[in-house]
Each structure stands twice: as C-alpha cells, then as structure tokens.
Ligand binder design. Structure first.
Ligand SMILES: Cc1ncc(COP(=O)(O)O)c(C=O)c1O
Length: 402
C-alpha cells in the first residue's frame, strides 16, 4: 500500500492558519523554517486515536503501560532491539521535563552536566534552570562524538567539585543530524564508567533516521547498563502539542528509577499518550512515507544550496529534518552576541540577516553553543515549493549584498 507523502497535504494557506509556534511567531511575509515542528498532516492512526478519545470522553488521567509496549515493539521492528522492558520505564510530561527529573535522581544542585556542542539549545537552559552546571564540550570537526573531549569535560567537572557528573547526549544529534555509531557510544560509555559519570541519552529523533544510517539505542550498548534514555512520538509524529514522553532505565538504573516521585507520572497528557502510542503502534506506513518525503527534501535542499547559496556548506543529516548550514563564508558571525542562555527564538549573525533580508526564519546557530556562531539550522520538513522559495530568497539576499 502506498501512503500519501504527509508533507504534501497541508497547503501554504492551511499552514498560515496554524496557531502553534512555528507559523505563529512571524508575520505572514516570512517563511518559517525554524523550530522543530513539521508541516505535515497527522498519521491517520493518530487522528483516529485523538478523535476516539474526544468522542467517547476518554479524557481522564493516564493509566497503563501501552505507551512503553508500543515503543518496545517499534524498537524491536525498526532497530532490532528487544531489550526495552516496559517495567523499567516511566511516563513523563515531555522529554525535557524527563531529563530534568533524571538529573534530580542522579545529581545534586551544582553538579556538572556535560553536553556536546553544538547541541539542542534547551539543554543549556533546562540544566541551568534545574541548578545544575553545564560543562560544554565540542563535537569533532566532522560532527562526531569525541570521547577525548568528553573525558576532558568530565575531568573539568571533577576538578570543579562535581561529585555526580552526567553526560547528556542527543542521539541522534540535534542540530547536526549525526547518527552515533555503536563503537562511538561504547567508547562514551567506557569514558563515563571510568569517571563515575552517568549517561542520559535523548532519543527523541530516533524514528527519523534515513536509509543511509542505522540508529543504535544507548541502552543496547555494552557498558551503558546504568544509563537512562528518553524517547517520544513528539518529533516523529509531530505531536509536540500533545505532551508525553517515555523515560527508560538500563538494568543497573532500576533502583534510581524507583526513586522517581509518583507525582511525575501525573504530568503527561492521557490524550497525548494515546496519540503517541497510536503513532508507534500503527503509524509505520505513514512514517515510511514521511521519511521518503524528507529524503526527497534533503536531496532537493542539496540542489538548491548548490544553485543559490554555493558559499554555504553542509553535511546532509543522517537523521532529523534539520539541516546544519555553515555560513561562515558569508562573514556574518554571531560571536559578539553569543549568550550561553540563549533561547530557541533568539537571532543573531546569519539567521538575523536571513530574517531581515530574505524574510526566511531559521534557527540561529549561536543558541546551540560553541561552534554554532557561524551556522544556521534549517527545518526542511515542509512542502518542496516552500523550501525552494526560501532558499531562492536566501540566495537573492546574499547576492544583493555582495
Ligand atoms: C533533541 C531534542 N530533545 C528534546 C526536544 C523537546 O522535546 P519535548 O517537547 O518532548 O520536551 C527536542 C525538540 O525539538 C529536541 O530536538
């Protein structure tokens, strides 16, 4: 059965009528290719679940383990991983709140959380807001995990007095779309063990890995038995507005999970859980059609950049619908205004230029930390003609100032 590409369903006027953040923040002459929402119609299984809940009044508090079971079968089917045990999971309000709750279990105020920049901006804000200290390390020049840099971060954390450091990973990595290999994850697990650190792996983008890469769940890695991982249908099924996520503990982290306060489970939305569960359990055809559409867009973006913005370089992402574009050749660095606690909508450098001169909204590289000052992140989960219009406008804006 062929399923319609969900990126081709909403028209530009449907999208402009949306009220969530992506299409809400900017005026109508701006093409918004920034925050990680997709311009898609929902998977039919997800719509059915939401409508059924509304029609039957099934809108109470969350209950049961269906979410974990749906993720466990998805993981077995898609990644060949049958190690996800629903009894070692907890439902949490969303991935970021889940990360904060895990940090509360594993660390004390002031403890260090090592991140691998450039990385998802809220890692900085949420960790700091939870009274933990961000220790920034860098990915390698090829955007791969760098065990030596992480080890150095852990040494700095220890030297700064941190007794219970955590390594917080984005697996796959936002904003570069890197899919970490088993060997890379194993070496990070070894480094963490050596320094008495725990790993927390944010796997929200895991269902969005393209055919040229293979996702490796952190909890399937030798040495990571005491790690935590988090996932959610929020990115893959475009359900950020229906709050729910799943926290997963490795076999040696069960006692820690047991200390999770009962009230945390009151946070996720029951309808959110029904929707996410339907996506993981019955949204496979829709997801395959989406991934095929996204791969086409990734190819299209490569062609558009070559034609309109040859100064910009990129490595096509192996996962996520986010493209990390190096705009350093444009000489518009955001370094002067870089701020460790920047929020996702902050703009500087190349992103500010493209908003002002091309009326295209991108995510500003500087909010992702070290190494992002000359970059922008472009969300290509949209209609091909919107992508074409946006990159054409960006190219025209650059030509106008050269
Ligand atoms: C790596 C990463 N983690 C977490 C989130 C946010 O997830 P949630 O809304 O479930 O907190 C995002 C959203 O884009 C993300 O890219």
């Amino acid at each position: 059965m062929t399923t319609t590409n969900p990126l081709l369903v909403p028209t530009l006027s449907d999208l402009r009528a949306r009220t969530s953040m992506k299409w809400g923040l900017y005026p109508s002459d701006v093409l918004p290719l920034w925050v990680a929402e997709m311009d898609v119609s929902l998977a039919p299984a997800v719509t059915e679940a939401i409508v059924r809940a509304a029609q039957t009044g099934d809108t109470g508090y969350p209950y049961g383990t269906a979410y974990a079971e749906s993720v466990a079968s998805f993981a077995a089917d898609r990644w060949g991983w049958d190690g996800l045990d629903p009894s070692r999971t907890a439902q949490v309000p969303d991935v970021m709140m889940g990360i904060v709750e895990v940090l509360r279990l594993l660390t004390r105020p002031g403890d260090a959380v090592v991140v691998t920049a450039p990385v998802y901006a809220p890692f900085f804000a949420f960790v700091t807001h939870a009274d933990r200290q961000v220790v920034e390390t860098s990915l390698s020049a090829e955007h791969r995990l760098d065990p030596a840099a992480i080890e150095d971060g852990l040494l700095r954390a220890r030297a700064g007095g941190s007794k219970n450091p955590v390594v917080l990973l984005s697996n796959p990595h936002n904003p570069t779309g890197t899919v970490h290999t088993r060997a890379e994850l194993e070496s990070i697990a070894q480094v963490a063990r050596r320094h008495g650190a725990r790993i927390v792996s944010d796997e929200i983008h895991a269902p969005l890995v393209y055919s040229d890469a293979a996702f490796v769940p952190m909890l399937s890695v030798v040495g990571a038995e005491n790690a935590f991982a988090l996932t959610s249908g929020s990115k893959a099924f475009n359900l950020a507005g229906l709050k729910a996520a799943l926290l997963m503990a490795g076999p040696e982290a069960v006692d820690d999970l047991g200390r999770l306060p009962e009230e945390v489970s009151h946070g996720p939305s029951h309808v959110g859980i029904l929707a996410h569960t339907a996506g993981f359990a019955r949204g496979g055809d829709w997801l395959d059609a989406l991934l095929a559409g996204l791969e086409d867009n990734r190819t299209l973006l490569g062609r558009l950049l070559e034609e309109h913005l040859p100064q910009v370089s990129w490595t096509p992402p192996q996962a996520t619908y986010l493209a990390w574009l190096d705009a350093s050749a444009l000489g518009l660095s955001a370094a002067a205004s870089a701020d460790a606690l920047a929020v996702v909508s902050d703009l500087a450098g190349p992103a500010e230029f493209f908003l002002e001169e091309a009326r295209v909204a991108l995510s500003s590289g500087h909010v992702f930390g070290r190494g992002g000052e000359d970059a922008v992140r472009l969300n290509f989960a949209t209609r091909p003609e919107i992508l074409t219009d946006a990159v054409t406008r960006m190219g025209r804006a650059v030509s106008a100032v050269r």
